[in-house]
Design a binder for this molecule. Structure first.
Ligand code: NAG
Ligand code: NAG
Ligand code: NAG
Length: 169
């Protein structure tokens, strides 16, 4: 039973990717061209975003399209910031999500639009030849794999712990 549940959890985790917004664990900031970054990524349903930043200066707010375009930080949809400068957000809908940092930083480029496509890579989710985007960068793929591997290790450690408990009793 435990094994079945773990396999289900595992399958669910493996199919969702973690995207470090801006490219790495501390790149939610004004020095990164987030539009550029986002255009090279492929976001799928159930993928996760990771916002890493200086918690004393910035925050992350989910806003609507109008607010994103005009850098409006009032009346936001959701406050993603939890206070540690390391926030995660799961993409649960097939739509374009908009995020920005309040307090004027949006004008310095601290905003990103994330376009979620279907769950699988394939011709349906490929960009049209007219505005063909380059393939996802190896770094973003690598970070996704790394995240999954850590979780795999964690789960195997957990399973090992469970089985060794059975042996000792
Ligand atoms: C960021 O990248 C986008 C897309 O490549 C480009 O259009 C834009 O001018 C860049 N912005 C800055 C501030 O360099
Ligand atoms: C977007 O949010 C702003 C700020 O709350 C609000 O004034 C505006 O009406 C919203 N626009 C849409 C299209 O929902
Ligand atoms: C968002 O939530 C964090 C943590 O609860 C809080 O410290 C921060 O002030 C909030 N930001 C806004 C703009 O409401």
């Amino acid at each position: 039973m435990v094994l079945i549940i773990m396999m289900m959890v595992l399958l669910n985790i493996v199919k969702s990717e973690l995207h470090y917004v801006g490219g790495d664990k501390t790149s939610w900031g004004p020095k990164v061209n987030l539009t550029e970054w986002s255009s090279h990524e492929h976001f799928h349903l159930d993928d996760w975003l990771y916002f890493g930043y200086d918690r004393h200066m910035f925050n992350v707010l989910e806003v609507n399209k109008t607010s994103y375009e005009n850098c409006i930080d009032t009346g936001f949809i959701k406050n993603i910031s939890r206070g540690a400068g390391r926030d995660v957000f799961q993409l649960k809908e097939m739509k374009t999500y908009y995020f920005l940092t309040g307090g004027g930083y949006c004008w310095q480029g601290m905003k990103v639009a994330v376009d979620v496509t279907d769950g699988v890579d394939g011709p349906a989710s490929s960009p049209s030849p007219g505005n063909a985007a380059p393939a996802p960068s190896p770094t973003s793929d690598a970070s996704g794999i790394q995240f999954n591997q850590i979780l795999l290790l964690f789960i195997f450690a957990l399973m090992w712990g469970v089985s060794s408990n059975y042996i000792s009793y």
